[in-house]
Design a protein around this ligand. Structure first.
Ligand code: 13P
Ligand code: SF4
Length: 325
């Protein structure tokens, strides 16, 4: 989704979830970031898990991993500031080797990305010769360089089904692999070590308790949750797909089974709906703050760099995914 900055509109959105004195302070930093961003000709991408001040205040585009990868592939801007985690900024760099890609905090990692590397993938390929490898974009460029094709949570089933093989190695998210296995006839070989540290915390009891407490309830879950949770949900999909399902739903109570800030962002977008949060926060996403973003644009740090050969190989697996859609 494209955002056009309007001071008053952003202020009103922030007031939905933040105390007024904090909004006042945030607006000063937002104004400074907006003017610096225009001076530099930078484009700012924001993942759906950014806090509302970052999400509504400074982003040119917001969305899920697939949407932001597409925008990164298409942008004309010379500088891309990626407000998300490191693997997302790295994907933007892989798609734009000649542009400057910045991240406000290079320590913004991901438990999934940390669970696997290219040596692990080479070992799996040796163990299962000829079996195609699909990797979720939540991995390093190094891991992407050893894969046949990437996927995100919004196109995983489509990507798996596109492969001309009865068996597919699906990495690194064990729960996404389980969710995909339920929607395809192909045999899925998963990587049991890969879990999202946020979504693995959700339990089927969370859904059952909310169903008991709230009438007119829609349960929306991310497929990085175990299937014991997603099979109780009314809808499971990527963060942007979740947003679309909520928009289409007539239900007034929404149980959002994903990272906390997504609910905060949707509260101002759908003021008529009641968001029930069994909130779990991603500490990596939360490293990206307004002050660090301002510092990043002032100093042109931290630049994301990827080895040329790794980037070339990783690019082909990401581009192959983008062609599929
Ligand atoms: P999507 O926005 O693609 O659903 O990804 C969720 C996520 O956990 C990213 O870190
Ligand atoms: Fe990684 Fe989970 Fe955080 Fe997304 S929410 S960045 S998958 S740890």
């Amino acid at each position: 989704m494209k955002l056009t900055y309007d001071h008053r509109e952003v202020q009103n959105r922030l007031l939905v979830t933040m105390p007024s004195h904090e909004v006042e302070e945030a607006m000063e930093t937002i104004e400074a970031i907006q003017s610096l961003k225009h001076k530099l000709g930078a484009v700012v991408l924001g993942h759906n898990y950014m806090t509302p001040d970052v999400y509504w205040g400074v982003s040119d585009f917001v969305g899920d991993s697939l949407g932001l990868s597409r925008l990164a592939a298409e942008t004309d801007a010379k500088i891309i500031l990626f407000n998300g985690v490191h693997f997302m900024a790295e994907t933007a760099k892989v798609l734009n080797p000649n542009k400057m890609v910045l991240i406000a905090d290079p320590e913004a990692g991901c438990s999934l990305a940390e669970s696997i590397n290219s040596d692990d993938i080479r070992a799996l390929k040796a163990q299962y010769p000829g079996v195609p490898v699909v990797t979720y974009v939540n991995c390093t460029a190094d891991a992407k360089s050893e894969t046949d094709i990437c996927c995100t949570s919004s196109n995983a089933v489509k990507v798996v089904n596109s492969l001309d093989s009865d068996t597919v190695i699906f990495l690194p998210d064990a729960y996404l692999a389980k969710n995909v296995a339920k929607m395809t006839n192909k045999k899925i070989i998963a990587w049991e070590k890969g879990k999202c540290m946020v979504h693995e915390l959700y339990r089927p009891e969370d859904v059952a308790a909310a169903r008991n407490q709230f009438a007119d309830l829609m349960v929306v879950a991310h497929p990085e949750c175990d299937t014991t949770v997603t099979e109780l949900a009314d809808f499971a999909g990527s963060t942007s797909q979740m947003e679309g399902a909520i928009e289409r739903s007539g239900k007034s109570n929404i149980l959002l089974i994903t990272e906390c800030s997504m609910g905060d962002n949707l509260r101002s977008q759908f003021p008529g709906k009641n968001f029930i949060s069994t909130c779990h926060t991603c500490p990596h996403m939360k490293r990206i703050t307004l002050d660090k973003i301002l510092h990043s644009l002032q100093t042109l740090t931290f630049e994301v760099l990827v080895d040329v050969e790794i980037a070339r190989k990783a690019r082909s697996s990401v581009e192959r995914m983008l062609k599929i859609g």
